[in-house]
Write a protein that binds this ligand. Structure first.
Ligand code: CTP
Length: 410
């Protein structure tokens, strides 16, 4: 349990009522919330209910003599571990991006020396408006974390991005920010080896067999673990996304190169096999471009050879087997049954089962179940960053916590 606290700024939007659920969820996780409700926010939730749920005085007014005497707004902005704006309306994002300071919420955001997390929620058109997107970019460049809103049906009857993310996802992000930005990091001293992306199996110098993996999920996991202090070796097939901060990239093409790079990167404390490794490669890879249209040639037959199974190889190592080996199971049907069977067959400790029947490969979202020796945990549909953070939190629980408390004691 954490003994951290946040300063929660509740903006004026229909999603404001969810901030009440957030306060409860955080309190379940041992995180205290001190709250500011903006003038517009008070149209949706009352300071009394916020105060009753948080167990703390709720602040509303910049020019309140009583509040200033008790706790000035500067002190309010600093006596916290993290400032969270939820819901962050288009107006609050604009004020923060523009550096306005004309009410308690905006003044606090200007005065704080703590990390800031914004959780936007607004009408889809307002979210997509060039001004809002400009403000979000400015805030991100200023070092503020701005979560992406969820997509779906909105209270106003429209459809698209702009919904407040799930309360559990916001709470995960807050927990992640609190552990990533403070004190000794829970995975300091740990080495994590991750594979990501597709492999490419050449047929000749211009053709190859591959798949649609974008690398997004593996890269998100690598970034989440690096943020928690782990040394991350990211062995990746060809992808078109940036390398997350703090990760050491080893670029490979084929499954055999990927296995070789992984073996060279051992020993590691954790191995996570996210790559969509091609199971087969052309039996012969020609050194010159194959010609199919020469006169008299019949249609060629493609002979295949089996690629090494990287996850199974690392799982079954007698020497240098990582303490925790995690696989992914990409399935289109009977997802959990296949995942459990795959975990046994490959010898890994956990497996993340994902349903790839939709637009998961290359898409932004993922609905997964975590299968461990203790059973199956179904997670709701989340963006890939959120899946990464939740998995990172589980990894910290499994291998990081004891060492982190030792670090703290040193
Ligand atoms: N994997 C691997 N090496 C391979 C094939 C897969 O390391 N040659 C890993 C993947 O990174 C993933 C897990 O094994 O962690 C399961 O991959 P998946 O594609 O779901 O399963 P396959 O082993 O390919 O089995 P099938 O295609 O029959 O579902």
């Amino acid at each position: 349990m954490s003994s951290k606290s946040i300063l929660l700024i509740i903006g004026g939007g229909i999603a404001a009522y969810k901030s009440l659920e957030l306060i409860r969820e955080l309190s379940r996780r041992g995180i205290r919330s001190r709250c500011i409700v903006t003038r517009a926010g008070q149209e949706f939730v009352t300071p009394l209910s916020v105060s009753a749920l948080s167990g703390e005085k709720c602040f509303t007014d910049l020019f309140s003599l009583d509040d200033e005497a008790e706790m000035g707004h500067i002190q309010l902005s600093r006596s916290t571990d993290l400032v969270v704006v939820c819901p962050a309306t288009a107006d609050l994002l604009a004020k923060a991006a523009g550096g306005h300071a004309n009410d308690l919420a905006s003044t606090t955001l200007m005065a704080t020396d703590k990390p800031v997390l914004m959780v936007p929620a607004m009408n889809v058109r307002m979210w997509q408006h060039a001004a809002t997107q400009r403000n979000v970019e400015t805030l991100r460049n200023d070092g503020v974390t701005v979560m992406d809103p969820d997509e779906g049906a909105m209270a106003c009857g429209e459809f698209g991005p702009g919904r407040l993310p799930e309360v559990l996802t916001i709470a995960d992000e807050i927990e992640h920010q609190l552990s990533a930005k403070s004190g000794p990091k829970p995975l300091e001293g740990k080495h994590v080896l991750i594979t990501a992306g597709p492999t490419r199996e050449p047929l000749d110098p211009v053709r190859y067999l591959s798949n649609h993996s974008s690398g997004k999920q593996g890269y998100a996991i690598a970034g989440a673990l690096a943020a928690l202090g782990a040394r991350v070796s990211l062995v990746s097939g060809p992808v078109a996304i940036p390398v997350p901060r703090g990760c050491d990239l080893v670029s490979v093409e084929t499954a055999r190169d990927m296995l070789k790079a992984c073996e060279e990167a051992l020993p590691a404390d954790v191995f996570i096999s996210v790559a969509a490794v091609a199971d087969w490669r052309p039996a012969i890879s020609a050194s010159q471009k194959l010609k199919f249209k020469d006169e008299g040639k019949t249609l060629p037959t493609l002979s295949l050879s089996e690629n090494p199974d990287i996850l199974a190889t690392i799982s079954h190592k007698r020497k240098k087997r990582p303490e925790l080996v995690i696989g992914f199971a990409a399935e289109t049907h009977d997802v959990e049954d296949h995942a459990v069977a795959k975990m046994k067959r490959k010898g890994c400790d956990w497996i993340v089962a994902n349903d790839v029947s939709g637009d998961v490969m290359g898409g932004a979202n993922n609905e997964v179940a975590l299968v461990t020796g203790d059973g199956v945990e179904r997670w709701p549909l989340m963006d890939k960053e959120s899946v990464a953070r939740r998995l990172a939190t589980r990894i910290v629980d499994k291998i990081g916590a004891a060492d982190a408390s030792q670090l703290a004691a040193e």
